[in-house]
Each structure stands twice: as structure tokens, then as C-alpha cells.
Design a binder for this molecule. Structure first.
Ligand code: ATP
Ligand code: MG
Length: 71
């Protein structure tokens, strides 16, 4: 999934998959999130033998890719 949002800093690419982690309020792309969405998505992917990878550029956008094995 690709977005054209605020992007994620390189040093935060791993942290977005930690439970309850959210970017600082000043740079948060929205308010009211719990910081659980991505860790839940990653856990589901891993439980099926897959993973989610992420590339992002600040101010340009982010690309989340879900990898799942065929068998
Ligand atoms: N597409 C994105 N673009 C920029 N930052 C993002 C994006 N997705 C997540 N983040 C950052 O990573 C943090 C964690 O994301 P995550 O989806 O796990 O939780 P959330 O969106 O805060 O809450 P929710 O549990 O409702 O999904 C977000 O708070 C935000 O700072
Ligand atoms: Mg979310």
C-alpha cells in the first residue's frame, strides 16, 4: 500500500512496528491512534509465515508491502 503522507524518518522505520509507538505529536500524521495497527498487521503476516516491509521518504510518502508465502 502506497500513500503520499508525511513519510517516516529512517530512524523510525523499525519503531512504527512496535506496540504503542507513535511519532511525536508535532509530526503525528493524525491524532487518536493507539499505536497498535501496524504491530497487529505485522503479527498477522508473521503468523502466516510472511512479513511486512516498509520504505518511506519524509514529506513524500510511505510504501507498506505485505509478503505472504504461496504455500
Ligand atoms: N502511513 C504512515 N505514514 C506516516 N507515519 C505513519 C504511517 N503509519 C504509521 N505511522 C506512524 O507510526 C505510528 C504507529 O502506527 P500504527 O498504525 O501502529 O498506530 P496508529 O496509527 O497510531 O494507531 P492505530 O492503532 O489506530 O493504527 C503512527 O502513530 C505514526 O506516527
Ligand atoms: Mg494506524
Amino acid at each position: 500500500m502506497i500513500d503520499t503522507g508525511i513519510g517516516i524518518a529512517p530512524e523510525h522505520l523499525a519503531q512504527v512496528f512496535e506496540r504503542f509507538w507513535r511519532a511525536s505529536a508535532a509530526r503525528s500524521y493524525h491524532s487518536g491512534g493507539s499505536g497498535l495497527g501496524l504491530v497487529i498487521a505485522m503479527t498477522i503476516a508473521q503468523n502466516h509465515g510472511g512479513e511486512i516491509t516498509l520504505t518511506s521518504q519524509l514529506g513524500i510518502g510511505s510504501c507498506f508491502t505485505v509478503h505472504l508465502p504461496l504455500s
